[in-house]
Ligand binder design. Structure first.
Ligand code: NDP
Length: 242
């Protein structure tokens, strides 16, 4: 049983469908439930669509309370470079959605995860910007890319610390991270600025398919050789594709 956040679109949908084809039960944890139905229909009876809004901790809590055992949790959902906004709990939107929502979900579900927690990062984790004493951009001017970068670095740091704590506790659960290189999904074009024009062209020219982009997370979620605390991504030039 695999629980995939953001399974109604892009990489999450491709991962969910691949897992379904391989015979897994898949819980599609999605904010926009209507968009998840066609994905679930492709998987068939083993798919369950459940509502989860990672930008609202009450939703995360309610979701976790109603979830049983899963073998693998794939923390995939995310937003990128959106205009400044806040989650229901007042956190900067990208940090709150990409990291804090998944951090809370993982913590609340941890006693029911049997095998692995895989969290999606990005090569954008290298964008400078993580400021531990100003995660919400209250003391500095909002920069959409710095906010995305710090959320994706947080996804990685979370994975490493979760791995350390699981091993210290003698757990057999593996924490690993992955990134998809650059893949054509609905992630781009959300800046509400001229940048959307260029990202649209760039997507067409340089992005690999969402299916290819889903492979590193699938590898981290299923391959027996995965190293606890490992970080998996494409093996092509600059880790953009492959
Ligand atoms: P998509 O936009 O296609 O998918 C993102 C998914 O996240 C959607 O299902 C979306 O749901 C969901 N989501 C957004 N906000 C919330 C929320 N508040 N609660 C629950 N779900 C939410 O993009 P990708 O498939 O590309 O993104 C998947 C992951 O891959 C992200 O973590 C992204 O950072 C990462 N990534 C992607 C790269 C790429 O090249 N595509 C590169 C590096 C990393 P909804 O439909 O409701 O908006």
């Amino acid at each position: 049983t695999f629980l995939v956040t953001g399974a109604n679109s892009g990489l999450g949908a491709e991962a969910a469908k691949a897992l379904g084809r391989a015979g897994a039960t898949v819980i599609l944890a999605c904010r926009t439930v209507a968009k998840a139905e066609p994905v679930a229909a492709e998987i068939g009876d083993r798919a369950q669509v459940r509502r989860l809004d990672l930008a609202d901790l009450a939703s995360v809590r309610e979701f976790a309370e109603n979830t049983g055992e899963v073998d693998v949790l794939i923390n995939n959902a995310g937003i990128m470079a959106v205009p400044y906004g806040r989650t229901a709990d007042g956190f900067e939107m990208q940090f709150g959605t990409n990291h804090l929502g998944h951090f809370a979900l993982t913590g609340l579900l941890l006693d029911r995860v049997k095998d692995r927690v895989v969290t999606m990062s990005s090569f954008a984790h290298q964008i400078p910007g993580l400021k531990l004493d100003d995660l919400n951009f209250e003391q500095r001017k909002y920069n959409r890319w710095a906010a995305y970068g710090q959320s994706k670095l947080a996804n990685l740091l979370f994975t490493y610390e979760l791995d350390r704590r699981l091993r210290a506790a003698g757990s057999t659960v593996t924490a690993a991270a992955s990134h998809p290189g650059y893949s054509k999904t609905e992630l781009t074009g959300r800046t509400e600025s001229y940048q959307d024009f260029f990202s649209n062209i760039s997507d067409k020219l340089f992005a690999q398919s969402a299916y290819m982009g889903s492979l590193p997370a699938l590898f981290a979620a299923t391959d027996p050789s995965v190293t606890p605390g490992g970080y998996y991504g494409p093996d092509g030039l600059l880790e953009v594709a492959g």
